[in-house]
Structures are given as C-alpha cells and as structure tokens.
Write a protein that binds this ligand. Structure first.
Ligand SMILES: C[S@@+](CC[C@H](N)C(=O)[O-])C[C@H]1O[C@@H](n2cnc3c(N)ncnc32)[C@H](O)[C@@H]1O
Length: 262
C-alpha cells in the first residue's frame, strides 16, 4: 500500500481492528492509524485488543459511518478499507467519502472479494456444479434482497473512477485450499475444515433465503447443504481420505488503489 514514515492512515469499516493493526505493523511506528466503524461494540473491542498488543500509541479508533466519515477534508495520506464495500448498498458514496478525507496526492485503497473463486472436486462433478450454482444464486439473491454486491472486486476500478480517483492500480491476492498439500500440517487442515463446517452450519439456513431469491429451488439448496456437511464430516473422520482429497477451492481478494488528484 506504499505506506511511508509519518503518514496518517484511516481504515474505514475497521471492525475490531485486525486490518488496522496489520497496517500499523506495516508502517514504521511513526504513522498514525485511525480505525472507523459504525458498530460501537467493534470499536470497543478494537480499542481493548489494540491495548493488549501494545499498539495504542499508533492506532486509535472512532465511531462513525462510512457514508459520513467524522473526519475533516484532506486529512489522510492513505484511506483504506477491507471487506467493507461489499456490505454497503451504495459503495460509490463511501468511496467518495474516503476520497474526501484523503489529501490531494494521497491514496484510497480497497481490499474486497471478487471473481476467481473456484470449487472443484474431480470425484464429484455434480456437486462441484451444484456448488457453483448455489454461490452464483446467493450472489444474485444478496443483490436482489439487499442491493449489495458481494463480488465487488472487479467493479472497484469503475467505482474509483466515478469517485474522481486517478492512477488506478490493481492486484489480486488468491487463497487456495487443497487438503493434500503437505506444506500444511494435517492438524491445520483439520482445524480449517472444522472452522468452515461450523461457519457453514451457522449460516446455511440464513443463507437459504438469498439462494432461493437468486433462483435456485429449495430442493437443490437442501441437496447442497446435505452434500457439503456430509463431505466435510466424512473428511474429518478419516485422516487418510482427507490427505488424499483432490478438491481444490480458491477465493480472491482484489486490492485496488487510486490517487486523489493534486
Ligand atoms: C466484514 S467486516 C470487515 C472488518 C475489517 N475491515 C476487517 O477486514 O477485519 C465489515 C465491517 O464494516 C462495518 N460497516 C458496515 N457498514 C458500515 C458503515 N455504513 N459505516 C461504517 N462501518 C460499516 C461493520 O460494522 C463491520 O465491522
């Protein structure tokens, strides 16, 4: 993100501050990083976590809305966000605000999910297809019911341009999951799978409404939910099967930056 000593950085939609502290660690200890979020509980947790890890000298937090950031014009050298814009029904308005609080010549950077996610099990092509259909329908449903674009990554350069930013740059950070990859220990694989499974079980009935609104039948959603749970439980019950599983899945984070005109 090109942070240089002594800069002022704002992280919008900072949540509990994981990314805010990551940015602070990238800097030299002389930069000032300010996290802004509309959720008071997250701000409180962010302040406590930051104190615990000894970064309170450089990182502070403020309650505020991304559509009306409580910071003066031309304040920051760098204004950033991670997985914020995907949750907003008017991301352009937020990017305009991010540009407003950025100095001329300073940068706005967004890190957001985008296309290039893949799920493929060569031994179960039907389930792989169903998985694609569920994900596509869910994205359509979220768009339809809440006006949000969960796969906003590839749209960022257009949004930045509309917000008046120039000199856009883009990179993609891809994560890949393959259980047979020996560079990760069996325990780490299992921990990751357990995390996915718990998250999936918590979300699956809540997400059903999006998938159905996106055009897939309830029967197909149930088939997918059952298939996913049984597949992951099967892998967790058999170490050898897990280590030989050729299913590959990926996701992509788009990192897009733009400059505020001098
Ligand atoms: C997925 S979390 C990302 C948190 C953090 N950026 C990270 O990467 O760990 C999205 C965050 O955006 C915040 N948020 C959503 N709408 C907001 C708004 N209108 N103004 C400010 N923050 C908002 C939420 O409270 C939540 O903390």
């Amino acid at each position: 993100m090109g942070i240089t000593p002594g800069q002022k950085v704002v992280d919008v939609g900072c949540g509990t501050g994981d990314f805010t502290r990551y940015v602070a660690r990238l800097s030299d200890g002389r930069s000032r990083i300010l996290g802004v979020d509309s959720n008071p509980k997250s701000i409180k947790a962010g302040i406590a976590d930051t104190k615990r890890v000894g970064l309170s000298q450089v990182v502070s937090f403020k309650l505020g809305d991304a559509y009306k950031i409580p910071i003066d014009d031309d304040y920051a050298d760098l204004t950033c966000c991670r997985t914020l814009l995907m949750h907003l029904d008017d991301p352009l308005k937020a990017v305009r605000e991010m540009a407003r609080i950025t100095k001329p010549g300073g940068h706005v950077v967004a890190v957001e999910q985008g296309k290039m996610g893949v799920y493929y099990d060569p031994n179960d092509k039907r389930f792989s297809r169903l998985s694609d259909q569920v994900w596509e329908a869910q994205l359509r449903g979220i768009r339809k019911l809440e006006g949000k674009e969960f796969r906003i990554g590839e749209k960022l350069p257009g949004i930045f341009q509309e917000a008046g930013l120039v000199d856009m740059k883009a990179e993609i950070l891809n994560n890949v999951y393959l259980a047979s990859d020996p560079r990760q220990s069996l325990n780490d694989h299992k921990e990751e799978l357990r995390f996915y499974l718990t998250y999936f079980k918590e979300r699956m009935e809540k997400d059903r409404k999006y998938v159905v609104a996106g055009g897939l039948s309830n029967v197909k959603v149930s088939e997918y939910n059952r298939g996913y749970v049984s597949k992951i439980e099967g892998l967790l019950a058999d170490d050898q099967k897990l280590r030989q599983d050729p299913t590959i899945s990926t996701d992509a984070l788009y990192i897009v930056s733009g400059m505020k005109k001098d």
